[in-house]
Design a protein around this ligand. Sequence first.
Ligand SMILES: NC(=O)C1=CN([C@@H]2O[C@H](COP(=O)(O)OP(=O)(O)OC[C@H]3O[C@@H](n4cnc5c(N)ncnc54)[C@H](O)[C@@H]3O)[C@@H](O)[C@H]2O)[C@@H](O)CC1
Ligand SMILES: Nc1ncnc2c1ncn2[C@@H]1O[C@H](COP(=O)(O)OP(=O)(O)O)[C@@H](O)[C@H]1O
Ligand SMILES: [K+]
Length: 521
Amino acid sequence: MLTRIGSLHAVPVYGVEALRQIETAAAQRLPAHTLMQRAGAAVARLAQARFPHARRIVVLAGAGNNGGDGLVAAIALQRAGRDVRVFACGGETLGEWACRLPPDAAWAWTEALAEQLPCSVANPDDLPDADLYLDALLGIGLRGAVRDQTARLIQKLNARTDAAVLSVDLPSGLDADTGIAHQACVRATATLSLIGLKPGLCTGPASHLCGELWLDDLDIHSGAERALPAPDATRLGADLIRPLLPDLALAAHKGKRGDVRVIGGAAGMTGAALLAGRAAALLGAGKVFVCLLDTRAPAVDMQAPELMLRPADALLEAIGDKTCLLVGPGAGLDEASRACLARALASTAPLVLDADALNLLAANDHASTLQAALRQRRAITVLTPHPLEAARLLESTVQAVEMDRLRAARDLAARFACWVVLKGRGTVIASPEQNVWINATGNGLLATAGSGDVLAGSVAALIAATGQASAVLAAVWLHGQAAERYAAKLGPSGMTAAHLPKWMALSWADLMAAHSAPAQA
Ligand SMILES: NC(=O)C1=CN([C@@H]2O[C@H](COP(=O)(O)OP(=O)(O)OC[C@H]3O[C@@H](n4cnc5c(N)ncnc54)[C@H](O)[C@@H]3O)[C@@H](O)[C@H]2O)[C@@H](O)CC1
Ligand SMILES: Nc1ncnc2c1ncn2[C@@H]1O[C@H](COP(=O)(O)OP(=O)(O)O)[C@@H](O)[C@H]1O
Ligand SMILES: [K+]
């Protein structure tokens, strides 16, 4: 079934190894070329529905099965009356290119010849004009950086900013597992992912090149459930998030909602802890206590007088059973901060560690002691690193983390036996059991100082209310959804971190309203 991928429904995500298993199993039980027929038909259907006015269509076909999908789509589009040309890439001559085609694609080529499809060997310097380009150069068979003629063709294609590009399976040049592009990569208007959604379309530095995301499972799931491998991750959707949110209106009194205690805000960084505290309050925490490590900080937050500002000693004592601790926003790296972290790690309360708490864990004279205490915790523990903090904790580099975000999140969750929220485009969440989710919401408006503090405070509030670590998924989804809602309503600028909690609350309300709306007849 052809589906537009948005943020409403959770979708399983499969890496290349799992996709190859699915493909092999299906090929064994279906008549020859069935999958390629279905793939090409799906591409042609989407091309016509999404680009109804595209008359001249150029199909860029590589020498693999991705090219085969393109050929099948080309035949269907020509039959539908479009002016179609195939530009074959991956050989000096058409004959050389055709000789390279694997069996399914070779079958598609014989069909194309029978259909008298206009076809020429690709000359990147002579890319024909078109209303729509079908990018069928490279799919999940990509190995390393795109080479030679294909790389040059991609550069020429990307220079045609006036024409639409529909990528088949993946934007050519994008690594399906990691979302990185070594060198050349197609910038697509839309991508139709085949069989399953790939991690590289959801997270990673080049994942945004897919444009609008569509999926066709090629009916692979019907009757084959038992043969399907487990997904590598789940892309988050509103349907998965809704049941994770607490019903605050049902809380009998404020003591039932759960409390948050924030520890951070050293001199010059008090705002970070206050942002986290305000977010926790707006996301429904019954009581929010904030310890500012700056000894000269004011005793009340006049913008948010509901926050209770207390000394660190008071915050780390007599912790109730519905309390979540948050350590790190603006905490600094000095001895006072380290001592608070050590005490929080020793507590039996759920604990969220962000910012400087993560830096203390990574690089401090006491790092190994702190890390041992982290591993020994039995209560819910969540780390919320951005890529640099993750790199420090993994003793790696930002580049290495970004080259494989799923692996980095999984590695951190395994190393410290806790939940990990690896932030950035397509935030990746990993549980200690090595389950992985990829967030579907958010935009560049979140790339503003303090938005991480808001996320950490929200995570703490939802864990306090629900007692469930999986509430992190809801906090991450709402945080991204808030930025999208803001952009849709007020445009691409003007949002600061302080605005976020209110928009998160509105997104929460939307989610509940959608849930309670009567079903359409
Ligand atoms: N076999 C089947 O039945 C199906 C295949 N499908 C399609 O087949 C694709 C996978 O097909 P393949 O495994 O043939 O692989 P691809 O077609 O994705 O890529 C292989 C081709 O790309 C070239 N290539 C690889 N790395 C390169 C690089 N760095 N620079 C330049 N050229 C490079 C190879 O020499 C080969 O010609 C999927 O993405 C999907 O589009 C789908 O239609 C589903 C069914
Ligand atoms: N381009 C983007 N798309 C989606 N989310 C983003 C983007 N850039 C940043 N974010 C989100 O913004 C937040 C930034 O957090 P962080 O880097 O800790 O900021 P700070 O330390 O300033 O609070 C994270 O939740 C991150 O996932
Ligand atoms: K492609």
